[in-house]
Design a protein around this ligand. Sequence first.
Ligand code: MN
Length: 324
Amino acid sequence: MSIEGQRVIAIEEHYWDKEVAASFSRGAAIDKARPGLMERLFDYGELRLKEMDESGIDFQILSHGAPSTQRGDAETMVPLARRANDRLHDIVAVHPDRLSAFAALPTMDPKAAADELERCVTRLGFKGAMVHGPTNGVFLDQKRFWPIFERAQALDVPIYIHPANPMQAVVEAYFKDYLEDFPSLLQSGWGFTVETATHAIRLVLSGVFDAYPGLKIILGHMGESLPFSLWRINQSLSRPGNRSTSFSFRDIFCSHFWITTSGNFSNPALLCSVMELGVDRILFAVDYPMVSNQPAASWVPTIPLCKEDKVKLLNGNATRLLKL
Ligand code: MN
């Protein structure tokens, strides 16, 4: 294993729990459009490890795929998330040298979600949590969700904000005319990016990072385009007429966010991100099995960074942030 002699840790790598997957209805459509994907989502060992070996990926942080436990009612999702996290613990316990985990949280009950995060980190050895888009249509910047962030700060673990399908009103207004010919427009084609970048911007504006100055957030997909737009967002939001001309979106974003390379193996995008955030905040990820390991692995040798910086990207930053 390893690529160019370096240990490779990939931190946005998905699986589906059978009971959680039965609570949403993406399965049949995905199976038809992407042969082999369902098999990989439900593979917790043999095929996953074989494909890691073939591409030189040493270690995966497993997380449930979207929408995970962000849709539905608390009565169902609180105990379901607990069962799913217990099963995920059993999965990674078989291969502790190859796999670890991010928790699924029942965010519709923020106190229960905070408790489940604590249980997963302190009892199951998980490295943080992943949350998929708004919870039943509400973004996490709303104050009722802040107990989750308070607990994440107390535990010193990151929350990974991952995309899910955009809300129906957004689908109608922005995308529906093109979905028949380009269904991916709703997802990694653009819809995921818009929604997740908006989620991150709302978190910055909400003041949650003033309340919890140790809070750490991870974004995938090379920061969901935010590094490219950082100068303009920062300049605009500090113009007269906004809350304060000393408000710095850049300072908050660059002190609380880490980004990963999941599904975005672009050297121009990486170099922009390095220039805006610094290499210490960029972590390797594939987005397996939505994206296969091979394009990520073959991208690594082309990355125009010095060896020390590449090592940070491939394993050093993850080891520090996730305390591996
Ligand atoms: Mn993903």
